[in-house]
Write a protein that binds this ligand. Structure first.
Ligand code: GDP
Length: 478
């Protein structure tokens, strides 16, 4: 019998404990059904309430999705420029913006916002959304139709746009009465946003949005932690996620299924280099310093972290060889980085010297793209495949500030060891620390008390929204 089909035929929980809807054409998106073969049985189960809300959302999406009668009607209001009657369906449109890791996090945030506000999520396909991901909802597409009338404006929407909500507030153009007449609003939630834009996170403003059929959102931030601080969302969120650190974990596994070409890259790599090892360790290296690496201090830090946390064995520089009887199993190290330098150093180290434990260490890195690129098909496929491969490891070391790493840890349900940011090109001591939770960090949260209208520390209000390990002003769920 053919080995590969045997591998795929293992009966496992195909629908991830009811997280995924049945009724898709399996061949069109193999990852949806095969992903469970590559993951350990997940210790985190989605709540039954989340499952029922997802099914309810799917029904809404089917009723309101592209070119349905309800969609066409809501579009008429947009075309007429007026908002004169309540619409059956309301929408949130996510604009494709920023690096792939950022986009995955913002799309999950926008979907949660849609769930909370009974809106339908539609996705601007940008350059590569269709190439990278399968459709997550049954029957109706999540892609915004190409003939949507505002499509051509998405790139030019910014903080100063006349339709930008924050800008309107700033210029006193909107209040509760005029705001309710608008057919659409642009929400600027990009890291450079201003105090008026940040009022998005206030209940009063959320109330105003209820009468606006189209909300168009541009963001590069995982804004979920601050949704937990909006009083009107609080109860629903705690019903959806009794375990608060699993928000991205569940939403990510629900939404993001690699397309067949990307799934091919993931599974071929996994089977060739990772499957046979006793244990897999992921190391994600993202250097935000200027200048071209690789840097010795970064390599030293990675190694110090891995050895200190017993993720990797030390090498024996004295003995040229250790006897095979001391064999303690094998580890596959999956490295990802734009540069190949760290990988080569680590691989050479374990080739030139035996390990103290006798473990056999294989070091692998799928690509070294050298520079971040945008709108290049194979580049983004590789980035997505690598984030996913990292999520299939048993233990993970990630770099500070990187959404690439957040995606991997969240999908994998892993609490990573985060490499602290080096200062003045020296490795910090300790080199890394364990994350409090598997959740991503919101890098640009508001620090505002909507009721008292004063600045406050939003990381000190409730026990489950805290400042991040890797960015002191960021917020994350724990
Ligand atoms: P962030 O900048 O680390 O928060 O992550 P993003 O994914 O948003 O943006 C970084 C982009 O740079 C990725 O989308 C890739 O295009 C590229 N990139 C960064 N690190 C890697 C890597 O390790 N492997 C690959 N293939 N691409 C990377």
């Amino acid at each position: 019998e053919d080995d590969s089909t045997q591998f795929l035929d293992v009966p496992k929980d195909k629908l991830l404990g009811g997280l995924l809807a049945a009724g898709f054409d399996e061949g069109s998106c193999l990852s949806r059904y095969q992903s469970s073969l590559y993951r350990k049985a997940p210790p985190h189960k989605p709540s039954s309430y989340l499952l029922s809300r997802l099914r309810k959302y799917e029904a809404l999406h089917k009723r309101c999705g592209p070119y349905t009668e309800a969609y066409n009607k809501t579009l008429e209001q947009l075309n007429s420029g007026r908002n004169n009657r309540p619409t059956e369906c309301n929408y949130v449109i996510w604009i494709s913006f920023s690096g792939l890791g950022n986009r995955i996090l913002t799309l999950a945030s926008a979907f949660l916002y849609a769930l909370l506000t009974n809106r339908v999520l539609l996705v601007d396909r940008g350059a590569d959304m269709t190439d990278l991901f399968c459709e997550p909802f049954p029957e109706k597409s999540w892609l915004l139709p190409l003939d949507f009338p505002l499509n051509y404006q998405f790139n030019s929407f910014d903080q100063k746009s006349p339709q930008c909500y924050g800008n309107m507030l700033k210029n006193n153009i909107t209040n509760n009465s005029t705001g309710s007449l608008l057919p659409y609003l642009y929400l600027h939630l990009v890291h450079d946003y201003g105090d008026h834009d940040k009022l998005f996170f206030c209940d009063q403003d959320q109330t105003l949005f209820q009468t606006v059929p189209w909300l168009i959102m541009k963001t590069d931030n995982y804004f979920v932690p601050s949704l937990f601080l909006i009083p009107s969302f609080e109860q629903e969120l705690s019903n959806l996620f009794p375990d608060k650190q699993t928000v991205f974990h569940h939403l990510g596994r629900y939404l993001f299924h690699p397309s067949n070409p990307v799934w091919g890259m993931i599974t071929r790599y996994y089977q060739a280099y990772l499957a046979k090892a006793d244990e897999r360790v992921g190391i994600q290296i993202r250097v935000f310093d200027t200048g071209t690496g690789p840097f010795q201090h970064v390599f030293d830090q990675v190694l110090a972290c891995a050895v200190k946390e017993k993720l990797l064995p030390e090498v024996n520089a004295q003995e040229p060889i250790v006897s095979p009887s001391r064999n303690q199993g094998s580890k596959a190290i999956l490295m990802t980085s734009l540069s190949s330098g760290y990988f080569e150093k680590l691989r050479n180290m374990y080739w030139e010297h035996p390990t103290l434990t006798g473990e056999v260490i294989g070091v692998f890195q799928p690509s070294h793209e050298e520079h971040q690129q945008t709108e290049k098909q194979m580049h983004n496929r590789k980035a997505w495949a690598e984030m996913y491969l990292l999520s299939l490891t048993d233990a993970l070391i990630t770099s500070s500030w990187s959404t690439f790493g957040y995606v991997a840890q969240g999908l994998g349900g892993l609490k990573p060891w985060i490499l602290d940011k080096p200062e003045n090109r020296t490795a910090p001591d300790p080199p890394c620390r364990r994350a409090m939770s598997m959740e991503p960090c919101f890098h640009a949260p508001p620090f505002y008390d909507c009721k008292a209208k004063i600045g406050i520390d939003t990381g000190a209000l409730v026990p489950h929204v805290r400042h991040c390990e890797d960015m002191s002003w960021g917020l994350k769920l724990v």
